[in-house]
Design a protein around this ligand. Structure first.
Ligand code: PLP
Length: 462
């Protein structure tokens, strides 16, 4: 237990010196600028406690969809501790035991894939794939097939290249000029369909819209297509029927590498090991980060198939024919040591099955909430990754104002329940409540999340 003096010291240090992520500091503690910032001190299972000892049910796995196996996993901590004492780090010219064993384990869950490139953040993993695509373009296509397509509303990370591949305009604004060679394709959110179509017809149209962009740009200039399997911060967008098979077909037709960004969906979040596995897709690159070690250590991976890997070793006489890239902290052994235990927990506790069962249950509960609150325009989700889009009017689908959406989140927080919202990403469309509880969630936990939302919606919208 922290003593009162220690707590006030921590609070003051935070207030004085920490520049928090994604926060407008002028108002982040609420209307009272002197209010204490919230410090999370401890966690167990699905619950965390703040510096005042207040308990919160965590409906977003550590704020940003990361702590998939929940808090307080001593076996992960012990594995990391043992590994750090044995060997914390070595990189560049040698491998490590957890690095080798985790890559074997990971690949066993990804039929068709074969190589794991370690990095330390989702953004960096995506950058690795972008660099590989560019290098392949130079090696094989005289530099021409270098363009990378990305989708409206998708997010791939925080670096300038990742923002250049970012479909969330509010995140991108003011950080230009951007990296050339990234081209946007339309989103696939059926609730806000760009054409008067629904179901599979809409799915096919949304995929065909990608083909139109390819034809406009010239297929000989397009090297890769980078997509989230289920779009996360862009509004929890579950792809429509028919979308993915057609996307795969288009990639094959024009010899375009398929890069799936599993930074959020990867390692169980949607009820399969990877989101793309719901749709029978065969990617060339899969990037992942958050759930890989559930936040117990920093680890991210850019996984490729053997075809991609081969292109970097098929000519040893060419001194430039290898991936000239390093990630310093891609050599930390804590990451794969934690990731091995994380995966073992998911397997031993049957957490994929739980994710499917609890995800279906939560989807039903949110649909029932939609029947009760006119402000909910749409409910969608896959596994334990769900969203409720709030609208001022169901007919016009006018998005509910961000202020009110944030008021719902704040009301839940006051009730001791942490939920999320798509904030600060899409101008005018920061209106989707997000839920991504740990994969250990029970019906009681879900009932609690839904009833807190119910009360908050009543208070904010009447
Ligand atoms: N890709 C997706 C889909 C994400 O949601 C994120 C982060 O939220 C990233 C990439 C970037 O990951 P990181 O913040 O680890 O760089």
């Amino acid at each position: 237990k922290l003593r009162d003096n220690d707590i006030s010291h921590v609070v003051e240090a935070d207030r004085a010196h920490v520049w928090h992520h994604l926060i407008q500091h002028a108002g982040w503690t609420g209307p009272d600028p002197k209010a204490d910032p919230r410090i999370i001190v401890e966690g167990r299972g699905m619950r965390v406690w703040d510096q005042k000892g207040k308990e919160h049910l965590d409906g977003v796995s550590g704020g940003v969809w990361t702590v998939n196996v929940g808090y307080g996993r001593e076996r992960i901590a012990n594995a990391v501790r043992d590994q750090l004492i044995k060997l914390p780090y070595f990189a560049g010219t040698a491998g490590s035991i957890p690095g080798a064993l985790f890559s074997e384990k990971l690949i066993s869950k990804m039929p068709g894939m074969s190589r794991v490139y370690y990095t330390n953040s989702g953004s960096e993993a995506n950058e690795k794939a972008f660099k590989m695509v560019r290098q392949i373009a130079h090696k094989r296509h005289g530099g021409k097939k270098h363009k990378i397509l990305y989708r409206d509303r998708d997010y791939h990370g925080t670096t300038i290249a990742c923002l250049s591949a970012g479909g969330q305009d509010e995140r991108n604004a003011q950080y230009g000029p951007y990296t050339p060679g990234f081209v946007r394709v339309p989103h696939c959110l059926e609730y806000r369909a760009q054409w008067d179509l629904s179901g599979e017809e809409y799915g096919l149209a949304a995929a065909n819209a990608i083909e139109e962009v390819i034809l406009r740009e010239g297929p000989d200039t397009v090297g890769a297509l980078c997509l989230e399997p289920v779009t996360a911060g862009g509004g929890v967008i579950v792809p429509p029927e028919g979308y993915w098979p057609r996307v795969q077909e288009i990639c094959r037709k024009y010899d375009i590498l398929l890069h799936i960004d599993e930074v959020v969906c990867g390692v169980g979040r949607t009820g399969t090991w990877f989101g793309y596995q719901h749709y029978g897709v065969e990617p060339d690159f899969v990037t992942m980060a958050k759930g890989v070690a559930s936040g117990y250590a920093a680890i991210a991976c850019c996984v490729t198939n053997e075809r991609v890997f081969e292109m970097f070793r098929d000519d040893a006489t060419d001194p430039m024919n290898y991936f000239r890239d390093i990630s310093t902290f891609g050599g930390c052994t804590a990451g794969p040591a934690a990731a091995l235990e994380n995966m073992a927990i998911i397997e031993e506790e049957g957490l994929l099955d739980n994710t499917v069962a609890m995800g279906d249950y939560m989807l039903d509960q949110l649909r029932a909430l939609k029947d009760k609150h006119a402000v909910i325009g749409d409910v969608r989700g896959k596994g334990l990754f769900l969203g409720a889009e709030l609208v001022s009017d169901r007919g016009s689908k006018e998005p509910a104002p961000e202020k009110q959406v944030q008021a719902v989140v704040a009301d839940c927080m006051a009730q001791g329940v942490v939920i999320g919202a798509t904030n600060r990403s899409l101008p005018g469309f920061n209106n989707t409540l997000c839920y991504s509880p740990a994969l250990i969630a029970t019906r009681d936990d879900i009932d609690h999340l839904v009833s807190a939302t119910d009360q908050a919606l009543t208070r904010v919208f009447g």
